[in-house]
Design a protein around this ligand. Sequence first.
Ligand code: PEP
Length: 248
Amino acid sequence: MKKLIAGNWKMNGSLAANEALVRAMLHGLKGAAPAADMALCAPAPYLAQLQALLLGSPIAWGAQDVSAHEQGAYTGEVSAAMLRDFACRYAIVGHSERRQYHGETDVLVATKAQRALALGITPIVCVGETLAEREADQTEAVVKRQLAAVIHAVAHCTSEIVVAYEPVWAIGTGKTATPEMAQQVHAVLRAQLAAATQHPERVHILYGGSMNAANAASLLAQPDIDGGLIGGASLKAADFLQIVAAAQ
Ligand code: PEP
């Protein structure tokens, strides 16, 4: 299975900056067969721009969130059908910043994953423990609880999700889990998927949390790390492409 390197731009960018960034990425990819599958997850207003820039390229695009509701009186929300209108292949759900700052619960995240799948959009389901939870030896219990809610909701479609293990203490902090620490959690998640689907090996389990050009190769060399969810380093074309190259 090819690895998947997905960028999460978070609330960054502008029409001008996005165009320059995407053009630099596409220029850097010219000629070579990409070492990994790639995607960029942008703020919703820029999805039309990404569609125009990336259509026919090896880079897919996606959103950073999706509404748990189908349609109607939900001011500010963006539905899965709207994302599909812009040919989004992916939608991140349950990013720790949404769990933390927007009070998203396991059940809400699971409903979002279900909504995305129903419209043919692959949810990138984020799970991960806080520093306090790690220090209290709760890492395994927390990630299993978060993933279990999604497995329960999507049931027989479990093999169609992407999982991203993102230790909260490693996101945007420059602190990365060591490859061994990350692998240990990924193995737990793989075992959990194996109990829920016949093809756990088909599910990409990405690592996210300060992955960069320097540490990507050792993380991506782990047997259960199938790619990366990249925040800060996805805002620099050269860094993103180096991470993609490290996935070989
Ligand atoms: C993320 O936001 O998903 C992330 C992993 O961020 P960073 O790479 O900046 O730590």
